[in-house]
Design a protein. Structure first.
Length: 245
């Protein structure tokens, strides 16, 4: 606490250190706004490239058949001709469910239904939009490390909540468990969810939830990023307070 008090008192004085900190603060603000603009531009490009891929990969006949078999309301299902195991929700404002022909061929009817309900949950919870906004905050404020940990925490819980929805719809976890086991066995192709590749750590949390419902705990913050973030926020608050006084 003595060190923090020294830092705050130093930046409140008219000194070279005071001016340097203010210049650095304005630089961080400019960086944050710049990253927001860059990420928005990258998102537009990514959406454009994805639409082109969908046009190239779309299997019209399979898409029509799948939409006849499964009703997902205002969230259409698109089947893609692809050799990978793809099951994803894409579209920030108008979400759609995308499933690859390869994954469909590897799943039973019940397993496919569980996957569709999982993706449907992402759509109805607006997960692509929420994930994009959280990623935008994380990328524009990299000097606050707890945002990176918080982004991972939210990402994992989106998957867990979508699994819970699928389990309720399927009246049990069996089909979803089979899907997770099949996808975790194939290391050459990732199963994709809301534009994020499914890492092993998320699969571990999801399998644990199937085995121990209501007992999964996802740590929100580690000590180091929390301490660093707290120190930065305290110093930043001192700068703002001194500028207003």
């Amino acid at each position: 606490m003595g060190f923090l008090q020294y830092c705050i008192s130093a930046i409140q004085e008219e000194s070279y250190l005071h001016d340097l900190i203010f210049v650095s603060l304005y630089g961080l603000i400019a960086y944050s706004f710049g990253m927001v603009i860059i990420r928005l531009f990258q998102q537009i490009l990514s959406q454009s490239r994805w639409r082109k891929k969908v046009l190239d990969w779309k299997d019209d006949q399979s898409t029509i058949q799948l939409q006849k078999n499964y009703t997902t309301g205002r969230y259409p299902i698109i089947v893609l001709k692809h050799d990978g195991d793809i099951a994803m929700t894409a579209g920030i404002f108008f979400s759609k469910i995308y499933i690859s022909t390869n994954l469909i061929s590897r799943l039973s009817e019940g397993e496919l239904q569980a996957v569709i309900w999982h993706e449907y949950a992402h759509c109805r919870h607006y997960d692509p939009l929420r994930l994009f906004l959280v990623r935008l905050i994380k990328d524009s404020l990299p000097f606050i490390p707890m945002f990176k940990k918080g982004y991972h925490h939210i990402q994992v819980w989106m998957e867990l909540l979508a699994d819970q929805y699928a389990i309720r719809k399927m009246k049990g976890p069996y089909e979803l468990a089979c899907v997770l086991m099949k996808c975790s066995e194939r290391k050459d192709n990732n199963m994709m969810v809301t534009h994020v590749s499914l890492a092993d750590v998320e699969i571990n949390y999801r399998i644990k939830q199937l085995l121990l419902p209501n007992k999964v705990q996802v740590p929100l913050f580690d000590v180091k990023p929390l301490v660093v973030s707290s120190i930065f926020i305290i110093i930043l608050s001192g700068v703002v307070a001194s500028s207003c006084s």
